[in-house]
Design a protein around this ligand. Structure first.
Ligand code: ATP
Ligand code: MG
Length: 429
């Protein structure tokens, strides 16, 4: 798990908020994230993560890692530079349009990893040759969380579609179809949990999509948003959806769905799971011998989630006209503590609240900046979207309790005491 520190003083934070969106940024997610100082744009589709943005990314990463470990996933970190020979073996050196091909002065060419089948399969080939090399009573699954590179032509959606972006990719390896199917079903449930924990479960649907050449369907997880590039048909009753691309009468019949019950939405794919069968094991001869010394190709599945896209999707669907609204599970901090005005007793009181929050292991961003008007501090707080705003001011200190607390989603706050503030419930996550 990435360790995330509890406290931060805004007076020391090197990033600043900006009132205006960058002129060249057309998407809401990038506009708000850049204005809040979460990310910095390097070029179209390429962003750096700054302290606040990295905290959110790390929290998403920790949730996903926790869920992958629960199903027995073994974490690795594979290389981004990938041998050309491997890509020629699968035919994707020529066939994959968005592959970055990098060459050095000696003329050697390598691929910059857009996905890792060409790496993970040869690695496993070193270790798998017999059915005895597979774990007993569980499935073999390898995963990583890492930056991917793709030559996206339409990189206009902020971090929803990056040329460099963070992905969790898991690959599973099976000796029989039943083991594969069980694991695949488990992963459907795990993905559902992940999107719920990240705070967009209510807008995210398991979606049937075409599986390409090697299987009938794949499953996508689509989050409803007007800026999405996909169109899906949702059946609210069953909680499932179909990608428009596959919505034929035949498919509807097979899925037992009625056209008149489906509602059309724009959506973005935040994750997907695939039955790879032997598509990648065969080119590398990844195989095993069974009890009767018969040789078979290994069956595979793959399971992706775009972490940076997920972060962007949360901003797209959960913000309002004042700024971002982070779900508590992935918010950069739980509490945004504001000291209003430059009155010495207010500052002392706010310092005391800050120290106590830290002592109690509560994550807090402390706006201790001098010479900033209350209006500016409130506007920044709304933009940054931390779930609770706690204000210490001469006005709040006149009342019993002394701290004004307000949820980001509420209009009005109320006065509470330090003890009550410390008792704010921990997120369920
Ligand atoms: P899309 O159809 O949106 O291009 P894809 O089918 O190419 O997605 P996969 O190759 O299956 O996506 O990648 C797995 C996951 O990685 C996707 O579900 C998505 O969440 C994320 N992802 C894919 N491409 C990008 C990108 N350019 N920027 C950010 N995230 C991405
Ligand atoms: Mg793509």
């Amino acid at each position: 798990m990435t360790n995330i520190t509890n406290g931060m003083r805004q007076s020391k934070l090197f990033t600043k908020t900006r009132k205006e969106a960058p002129a060249d940024e057309v998407s809401k997610n990038a506009e708000l994230l850049v204005r809040g100082g979460f990310i910095h744009k390097e070029m179209a589709g390429v962003y750096s993560y700054l302290p606040l943005g990295l905290r959110v990314l790390n929290k998403i990463e920790n949730i996903i890692r926790e869920e992958m470990n629960k199903v027995g996933g073994q974490e690795v970190l594979m290389s981004s530079f990938q041998p050309k020979e491997n890509w020629e073996k699968t035919g994707r050196w020529e066939a994959m349009d968005d592959l970055y091909k990098v060459s050095d002065t000696s003329g050697r060419e390598v691929a910059l990893g857009p996905t890792h089948e060409e790496i993970v399969v040869p690695i496993l080939k070193n270790f798998l040759s017999s059915y005895k090399d597979f774990p007993l009573n569980s499935s073999l699954a390898i995963y990583q969380i890492q930056n991917k590179f793709r030559m996206e032509l339409r990189a206009k959606s902020g971090i929803l579609r990056g040329r460099e972006f963070m992905m969790k990719d898991m690959y599973s390896f099976h000796t029989d179809q039943k083991d594969f199917e069980q694991f695949y079903e488990t992963m459907k449930g795990v993905y559902k949990i992940i999107f719920e924990r990240v705070g967009i479960g209510h807008l995210t649907y398991l979606t049937f999509a075409s599986g390409g050449t090697f299987s009938k369907y794949s499953h996508e997880f689509q989050t409803i948003t007007s800026v999405g590039e996909d169109t899906i048909y949702v059946d609210e009753k069953s909680g499932t959806a179909l990608n428009k691309e596959v919505c034929t009468d035949e498919v509807l019949g097979q899925m037992n769905l009625k056209k008149e019950n489906l509602v059309e939405h724009k959506s973005i794919e935040v994750g997907n799971i695939f039955d790879l069968k032997t598509k990648y094991s065969k080119p590398f001869d990844l195989s095993f011998t069974d009890e009767k010394e018969q040789k078979h190709a290994v069956l595979m599945g793959c399971y992706g989630i775009g972490l940076s896209r997920l972060l962007g999707a949360v901003v797209e669907v959960l913000s309002d006209d004042k700024g971002i609204i982070w779900p508590e599970s992935i918010a950069p901090f739980k509490i945004h503590l504001l000291a209003l005005g430059d009155d010495e007793t207010v500052l002392q009181e706010a310092e005391k609240v800050y120290e106590n929050l830290l002592k109690n292991d509560i994550q807090v961003l402390f706006d201790d900046r001098a010479g900033i008007s209350p209006g500016e501090k409130f506007a920044d707080s709304d933009l940054l979207g931390i779930p609770y705003r706690a204000v210490v001011s001469t006005r709040s200190m006149k009342e019993e309790g002394g701290i004004e607390i307000k949820k980001r989603t509420e209009e009005k706050g109320k006065i509470i005491s330090l003890n009550e503030l410390l008792l704010l419930q921990k997120p369920k996550a």
